[in-house]
Design a protein around this ligand. Structure first.
Ligand code: FAQ
Length: 318
């Protein structure tokens, strides 16, 4: 028993000294489990997150917009792959991770269960959803687990391009016709509150936060990150010339932050329980993609088996 305690203590010391934990290091089982949960949910979010925007690839209003959106959606696939790889370093296989998503055991971000109704929604996703993702992920570049932290550095660079692209879409539409301006306002009205929910429940209702902060998996609490996002985004809405759908949103001289209204947590819990507007559609799309891709996985396995002793191929890959 005392040995276990001392391993735990040594581990906490390494974390407290801001050293990274690497896959070969000893770690408490619960730390490993928490990381697998968080990193895989993050990976699933990136992959499911391709669906709402992928829906607009064929309908982007110009070749330039189509190229930008295509690049963004491909980036999200890449983020999913870095993150699945980071999760695999913890001793779980890609198959198990995908299985957890497809059987509903693992979550993915609530935000991707909302529909993209107009082109302005693509701008709003870039501006608000990627904007929120960056705030959360910049903090995670300092997470204690090495492979997750390194993946975050690269992902954040790409997310910042996504955020600017989204803002640019909306800004351009705001120079357009009254109908285009109305579309931007409508998209902002629908995406604002769900974007705030991306940061998770308030700290007092967040079961994982205290331990994850102690292990420095999370570097800032849900509420602090949400506030940072709001403070950053409200002035951007003013530049766009739109209003955000919260009558309680106002600058507070005393705190130096924006006050904001009550989030509808009932809606959040309904969405993460599978009852959001698009949960069923998203899961059906992922299950179909997995089934349609079975032949590719089988062919790759047969190829790998055939060539496992083939030095030439191994050298050329290296
Ligand atoms: N949606 O105790 P906590 C992107 C769950 S960005 C669904 O606070 P934790 C980029 C939570 O899992 C989006 N579930 O949990 C992109 C837990 O349930 P569990 C992805 C949520 O882990 C942009 C329960 O509630 N980003 O994809 C949500 O300490 C555009 C209790 O919550 C990440 O995943 C939610 N919003 O903190 C892609 C960032 N919030 O597991 C395409 C990494 C909470 O016990 C297009 N993750 N839950 O069943 C994190 O930072 C953390 O996991 C939090 C939650 C902050 C999300």
């Amino acid at each position: 028993m005392s040995n276990i305690n001392s391993l735990d203590e040594q581990f906490q010391n390494i974390v407290d000294q801001e050293e990274k934990i690497e896959p070969r290091n000893w770690m408490p089982d619960a730390y490993r489990k928490t990381l697998i949960r968080q990193i895989s949910q993050h990976a699933h979010s990136e992959v499911v997150g391709m669906l709402p925007e992928g829906n607009w690839l064929t309908r982007a209003p110009s070749l330039r917009r189509k190229l930008g959106l295509l690049a963004k959606v491909q980036d999200e696939a890449g983020h999913g792959l870095y993150l699945y790889s980071a999760a695999e370093t913890l001793g779980i296989s890609r198959n198990e991770l995908i299985d957890q998503l497809l059987t509903g055991k693992a979550k993915y971000s609530s935000i991707f269960n909302y529909p993209t109704l107009t082109w302005a929604d693509i701008g709003a996703i870039g501006w608000l959803v990627d904007g929120a993702a960056i705030v959360n992920q910049v903090a995670l570049t300092r997470t204690s687990y090495g492979p997750y932290s390194r993946a975050m550095v690269r992902i954040c660079k790409e997310e910042s391009f996504h955020q600017r692209q989204g803002f640019d879409i909306l800004y351009t539409m705001m120079q357009g016709t009254p109908e285009q301006k109305e579309m931007v306002q409508d998209a902002a009205n629908r995406w604002w509150w769900p974007s705030l929910m991306m940061f998770g429940p308030t700290d007092k209702d967040s079961p994982h936060s205290a331990q994850s902060m102690k292990w420095k998996i999370k570097r800032q609490a849900n509420d602090a990150l949400r506030q940072k996002f709001i403070d950053m985004t409200v002035p951007q809405a003013a530049v766009l010339g739109i209003t955000l759908p919260d009558p309680d949103l106002k600058w507070n001289e005393t705190t130096g932050h924006y006050d904001f209204g009550e989030i509808d947590w009932e809606e959040f819990y309904q969405v993460i329980a599978g009852n959001g507007p698009c949960n069923q559609e998203r899961m059906a799309a992922r299950i179909k993609a997995h089934e349609d891709g079975a032949w590719v996985r089988e062919a790759a396995m047969v190829y790998a088996e055939k060539h496992k002793n083939d030095d030439q191929i191994r050298t050329s890959i290296a």
